[in-house]
Write a protein that binds this ligand. Structure first.
Ligand code: SF4
Length: 247
């Protein structure tokens, strides 16, 4: 994912920074959200057993990401799947590598999580290293649990709220990410008030626009279509949005 970032301190470098969303555990997640387009990407690598980014790739990535951006502030963004499955030790390693290659630059980190695996150790680390947390939550209990379920198809609201309380206790900065779907989109005020009540000061919303897989893809075991090819976003028109299965 790229976006232009302007370094106002140094016009020569303006526009030469970039932003990458890193998925160091690929599509592996402890949840099974009904609308998740990403879990099934495991099927693209049927022989893969080791999803964690290797130490060698991690170090090269961190070094290059810092050194190849001629700006003074570098932001890393970590996502999954569920990145906390990697354990806090993996992120301690990240912090160490960032320190090793910082070269005087200011480093910051953002981590997107479903929040269910956060504990005191995680939150102490996140607070100490000033991570910005993006917490995935779809609204109050009934709306959140509609699609955000675990591998046993059990609701996850309580686990997310436990994670959120820990973040607050440890004063970890967080914002919220809410998937706008056919359930919560019908009750926007309820969702908005809930997010404000739990202390979210920066509310992000992402529309659920998954597309039905073609018959060919379905035959290969996929439920979701990939993005249209370059330049063909509207030609032919995309198939209808996939209806999340009810479980
Ligand atoms: S938490 Fe995210 S990655 Fe995991 S199943 Fe839900 S939507 Fe997919």
């Amino acid at each position: 994912m790229l976006h232009a970032a302007v370094n106002r301190d140094n016009p020569i470098n303006a526009g030469r920074s970039f932003h990458v969303l890193t998925k160091p555990i690929g599509p592996i997640c402890n949840l099974d959200c009904t609308y998740c387009f990403y879990l099934e990407k495991q099927k693209l690598y049927p022989d893969e057993r080791q999803w964690q980014m290797s130490d060698a790739v991690l170090e090269t990535y961190i070094r290059q990401y810092i050194q190849d951006q001629p700006v003074t502030e570098i932001n890393f963004a970590w996502q999954g799947g569920e990145p906390t499955l990697l354990g806090v030790g993996f992120f301690r390693k990240i912090a160490g590598l960032q320190q090793k290659y910082a070269g005087g630059k200011t480093i910051s980190n953002a981590l997107q999580t479903n929040g269910t695996l956060l504990d005191a150790e995680w939150c102490e680390f996140l607070a100490a290293h000033k991570f910005l947390i993006g917490l995935s939550i779809d609204g109050p209990r009934e709306l959140h649990d509609k699609y955000r379920v675990d591998k046993g198809q059990k609701p996850t609201f309580d686990a997310v709220m436990r994670g959120l309380e820990l973040l607050k206790q440890h004063k970890v900065e967080f914002n919220t990410l809410t998937v706008v779907n056919r359930a919560n989109s019908q009750r926007p005020l309820e969702v908005y008030r809930f997010l404000k009540e739990i202390g979210s000061e920066f509310l992000q919303f992402i529309p659920l626009v998954e597309r039905q897989a073609s018959a060919q893809l379905q035959a290969r075991g996929f439920d979701f279509a990939g993005p249209p090819a370059n330049g063909q976003a509207n030609d032919p028109p995309p198939p209808p949005t996939r209806t999340p299965a009810t479980r």
